[in-house]
Write a protein that binds this ligand. Structure first.
Ligand SMILES: [Fe+2]
Length: 291
């Protein structure tokens, strides 16, 4: 039963959560969890995370780690909720304070308080390892989509966050603060350097053309079929392509709530004195007369 990878798809955000384990009674790690959030009502939901929790409990798994590939901008992480329910240590890229600082500034928040609330157990750099079931989870630093993105390796799998999508959908956008197409190109090559047989597990699938959901492709398949790499075979060409394409992409609809929660490691802001939690929306473009 060694080396099981279970994928849980969240339809609302097209996200994939992975549970790594070795079968009933063994240790487990969760990568890139999801907390539901309705931006219209402010409603938070745990249905997706609860499916993961049920599977962990049914299999009597001992949760060691709840890991993030990066501070996501398109969905909220359930990391804090999962740790509260199941125990386990959190992990994220060592460069995440750069992202926390950027967005704490944009939301006019106290960076120290944000970082204290996040309280990640492991700030992970290139070459670091965590041990799960006696084998290493490796860490590759794979920036470009954001400056803090990391990839986790375990057995023959690579959990690449938003670097690669499935070959027919391409690669991640690079227009968030600190994003860089040329840097992402280097990260994609680094992941491909893990070897042709490496299984690349993606963080999102958008099922282009109405095809069935997929979440894993070999490095060899990504190298030969990824539509963005096949069309742009140098770092320079790739960066130019990304910059042009990113100009046409819309802002993720959960960007503002996601960043406020995810840079706190999945915790909400403190409740105000009426007991209610509020998220902020920076207002842009308002005439002076209405301020
Ligand atoms: Fe992302």
């Amino acid at each position: 039963m060694a080396g099981q990878v279970e994928a849980f798809f969240h339809e609302g955000t097209n996200s994939l959560t992975y549970v790594l384990h070795d079968g009933p009674g063994t240790e487990a790690a969760i990568i890139d969890s999801v907390l539901e959030y309705d931006p219209v009502t402010g409603g938070v939901g745990t249905a997706h995370a609860d499916r993961v929790i049920a599977m962990v409990r049914e299999n009597d798994l001992s949760l060691r780690y709840v890991l993030e590939t990066h501070i996501h901008a398109d969905h909220l992480t359930a990391a804090k909720y999962l740790c509260d329910q199941l125990g386990g240590e959190t992990g994220i890229g060592a460069n995440s304070p750069v992202v926390q600082k950027e967005w704490s500034g944009r939301f006019n928040l106290d960076l120290d308080a944000v970082q204290k609330k996040a309280a990640f157990t492991h700030m992970l750099s290139q070459g670091d390892t965590l041990i799960l079931n006696g084998r290493p989870i490796g860490v590759l630093y794979t920036p470009g989509h954001t400056p803090s993105c990391i990839t986790y390796t375990y057995d023959d799998g690579a959990f690449v966050g938003d670097t690669f999508f499935m070959p027919d959908y391409g690669t991640a956008r690079c227009d968030f603060p600190g994003g860089d197409g040329e840097v992402l190109y280097g990260s994609l090559q680094k992941i491909l350097g893990l070897g042709d047989d490496t299984k690349i597990y993606v963080c999102h699938d958008y099922m282009p053309g109405g095809r069935e959901l997929e979440w894993v492709a070999s490095a060899a398949t990504q190298r030969s079929n990824n539509i963005h790499l096949v069309a742009n075979t140098s770092a320079d060409a790739f960066a130019k392509f990304r910059a042009e394409r990113d100009k046409g992409l819309s802002t993720p609809k959960l960007l503002l709530p996601a960043l406020q929660v995810n840079m706190r490691g999945g915790s909400l802001p403190d409740a105000e004195d009426n007991g209610t939690v509020y998220l902020k929306t920076p207002i842009a473009g308002a005439p002076e007369s209405v301020k």
